[in-house]
Design a binder for this molecule. Structure first.
Ligand code: MN
Length: 192
């Protein structure tokens, strides 16, 4: 992944009504690009040409927060798609059945993780040494500083849902699973 805010693979109103254009545009244009602006100011000579993952792993403090937030949001936009939702298939479904018991059990774990993350953070589906797991991270924290490989993520900062759902994080998560989750992205990450 390059050190940049990704070009979106769909229009900013393409996830509506599951995620409104207003929520999307504030999130992408103000929050995500805001992190990028601060990261750019903190980059050292030549660093902009390195992979973003490398910049995240080498950074600390405020620079880490901005670099990781650029990475996490890039991952988040592609964790959703217009007409998303439904169930996974193929190898991904087999792995979810194996490690969670069923896709419904996965959804329960995802909801519990999102509801249980106190304050701002992220929910992740990761491949941890060949076993899939749901985890959450606080603030800008990201699995790529550890050994587990991320397959999907969902932003649970209030800015991700407050305009559409106010304080109802649980409703946001339900809609996210029903209408937005991009299983194709997870399957590609599992295979890649
Ligand atoms: Mn966000």
């Amino acid at each position: 992944m390059k050190v940049e805010v990704i070009e979106l693979p769909y229009a900013q109103d393409a996830l509506a009504p599951a995620m409104s254009e207003k929520t999307f545009s504030f999130h992408y244009e103000k929050h995500h690009k805001g992190y990028m602006k601060k990261l750019e100011a903190a980059l050292e000579a030549g660093e902009a040409d390195k992979p973003l993952e490398e910049v995240v792993k080498a950074a600390s403090g405020g620079k880490f927060n901005n670099a990781a937030q650029v990475y996490n949001h890039n991952f988040f936009w592609t964790s959703m798609k217009p007409g998303g939702g439904g169930d996974p298939s193929g190898d991904l479904k087999d792995a979810i059945d194996r490690d969670f018991g069923s896709v419904d059990k996965f959804r329960e774990a995802w909801k519990a993780s999102g509801a249980g993350q106190f304050g701002s953070g992220w929910v992740w589906l990761v491949n941890d040494g060949g076993k899939l797991a749901v985890t959450s991270t606080s603030n800008a924290e990201t699995p790529i500083t550890g050994s587990a490989k991320p397959l999907l993520t969902m932003d649970v900062w209030e800015h991700a849902y407050y305009l559409d759902h106010q304080n109802a994080r649980g409703t946001y998560i339900d809609v996210w699973l029903e209408k937005l989750i991009n299983w194709d992205f997870a399957a590609a990450n599992l295979a890649g």
